[in-house]
Structure formats: C-alpha cells, structure tokens
Design a protein around this ligand. Structure first.
Ligand code: CUA
Length: 340
C-alpha cells in the first residue's frame, strides 16, 4: 500500500523487505517518542501553569526512574544495532554461487558485461530468483550504483573494485541511478535493470530471446552469441603480448620463466618478493597489470612494464575472466592428485 501511495519504491529483491522493516521501525521509534515528548510538554505546561502552582516541588533523585530512562534507550539502541548489523552482514557478503556481472562506470554511462560475453549500456538484464554479484570500477570519477527497488547502493570508484549483490524476486523493469554527483550530466546517468525469468535470461544471453516483453517469434538474430568474456580476455592478453613472458598452460612453463605462470593461479596464494603472501583475486590481477612493481612474486625478476593507459578497465576485467578460466587453484588440483 505504501508503494502505491508513493512512499516507498517497489520491493523487488530479497533484501527490500528487511531493509524496509528496519526503516519503519526507526520511523516508528522516532514518531512515538516525538509525540510522547510533545504531549508531555504541552500537558505539563497546562497542568502546572503558574496560576495554579505558584511554587514547584523539587525532587532530588529517584534511582528507579533513572535506571528506567537509561535502560529503555539502551535496549532500543542495542536492538537497532544488532538488527542493522545483521542486514549489513548480508549486504557485504555475496553468496558463493552468485552470477558474476562486471560494471564499468564512466562519465556518463554504465557499461555492463556478462561472463558469457553479452555487453550492454545503461541496461542490465538479470534473472529472477538468483543472486547476482556485480564487480564494479570506474574509468574516471566516483559514481554510485543505485537500484531503489532492490534497496542496494554502492559507490563505484576509479582505481579499485567494489562489489554489490542482490537477488531480484520478480520480473520487471527497475530504475538504475548514479547517485554520486559526477559532473554535468550526472542527472542523466540513468538506466534500468530488467529482471527476466531464468529461461528468458538464458535465451537473452545467447542472443536468441526477446530482450524484454517482445514475443519470442520476433527473435530473428538467433544464436548471435558473441565471444565470452574469457575469449575477449584472451584476445586482449595476446594484443598486449602477455604470453611472451607468462605461460598459460603447464607445457609452456619451462619455456617462459620471466613471469609467473598464470594457469591455475586464480584464487591461489602467492608469495611476494617482500615475503608477504597475497591471494590472487580480481584486485591483485588488476594491480599487477597496472603497477607490476608494487607486488612482485618471489623468485621472478621485477621485469614487467606497467600497462597503465595501454589497457582499458573493460579489457582488464576480460583478462581477469581469462586468467580465471585457465584452471582451478593449484591447491585444488594438487588435492585431486592422490585420488588417482
Ligand atoms: Cu555517475 Cu553521477
């Protein structure tokens, strides 16, 4: 009902109801105490007006009362803390089985790419009933990805990856806003999130299905699925001649000794020249491409040139998808060995 009246946006994610419940609780507490105080102020002003009570009776302390008015606000504050902390923990931890989609913000548009290769601008297609994780970065200034109907918002920063996840509950089209002032056209950096039934999404990914409400019969461009992100990443990898120094399959390891082999490295821990250990994740790979000298892997010469300005943020995301596709972490394959 509140949605119909325009008080709150539509609830279209698993998180929306939980966020709204907390929000209404906060409003309820605020309204209750505001009204209580206002009524008491007015009531006492009338009841103890000077014409009837010329002299006030002073009370010097009341332990029970003091415990009460300390205890009640404390209990309410702790309740809000625990409640919001639970929601926060849900928001910051994307489920492991989430569908991964990549977002690059720039003045003034959203560029989105699906693992399978489909790319879109200012429009994001996702399946209903499945967690979706967005890995986001910016080409220029700070933007912020906001979908009111999902109750999610996350800043998109240049120079690093931020993530956001949601699970849409019902098919439809929902507003997408940039909610960080990012220059002249900030107010026009808008788009929409189109939530499809899972089978519609599968069709859409392969370029077969309708991109929205159009009938399936109108899908003339059947089977026009482009290259996947990993394929594009391989192409970018080879354009940048990364394969000159890095091996991508075990057979090449002996020939390429300048840079560490990249197959099976994703998700694995590597030791750096400094002795520090880091996990090879999206952020580490990105940094290694742009500022290779910052975290050199132990036992390899610090020989890689920085690629800042030579590869785009989108190409870096594609290269990450490619490196990810090169195999499971070495630890996992090692664990599989004794089973043979
Ligand atoms: Cu991008 Cu505001």
């Amino acid at each position: 009902m509140l949605t119909k009246l325009g008080f709150i946006p539509e609830q279209a994610s698993t998180l929306a109801g939980r966020v709204d419940a907390l929000y209404f609780f906060l409003i309820g507490v605020t309204v209750f105490f505001s009204v209580l105080i206002a009524v008491l102020v007015l009531g006492f002003a009338v009841r103890y007006r000077r014409s009837r009570h010329a002299k006030a009776v002073q009370i010097h302390g009341n332990l029970a009362l003091e415990l009460l008015w300390t205890g009640i606000p404390f209990a309410i504050a702790m309740m809000i803390f625990v409640w919001s902390a639970q929601i926060f923990m849900t928001i910051v931890r994307p489920p492991d089985d989430a569908l991964e989609i990549f977002v690059v913000g720039k003045q003034w548009m959203w560029k989105l790419q699906h693992m399978e290769g489909r790319r879109e601008i200012n429009e994001l297609h996702v399946p209903a009933g499945r967690p979706v994780k967005l890995t986001m970065t910016s080409e220029d200034v700070i933007h912020s990805f906001y979908v009111p109907a999902f109750r999610v918002k996350q800043d998109v920063l240049p120079g690093r990856y931020t993530t956001l996840w949601f699970e849409a509950t019902k098919p439809g089209s929902y507003h997408l806003f940039c909610t960080e002032y990012c220059g002249t056209e900030h107010s026009r950096m808008i788009g929409r999130v189109v939530v499809l039934e899972p089978h519609e999404y599968a069709d859409w990914l392969t370029g077969k299905g309708p991109a929205g409400a159009a009938p399936a019969a109108g899908a003339a461009a059947a089977g026009s699925a482009g290259p996947s992100m990993a394929d594009l990443g391989k192409a970018a990898f080879e354009r940048a001649a990364c394969q000159t120094c890095h091996s991508v399959k075990p057979e090449e390891d002996a020939m390429k000794v300048v840079g560490p082999p990249l197959h099976g490295i994703y998700g694995h821990t590597v030791k750096l020249l400094t002795g520090e250990e880091v996990v090879v994740d999206d952020a580490y790979i990105r940094k290694s491409i742009l500022e290779p000298m910052s975290q050199v892997v132990a036992n390899y010469p610090p020989a890689m040139p920085p690629y800042t300005g030579r590869v785009t943020e989108e190409e870096i995301l594609q290269m990450i998808a490619y490196i990810k596709s090169l195999g499971a972490p070495a630890a996992a394959s090692a664990a599989a060995q004794p089973a043979q």
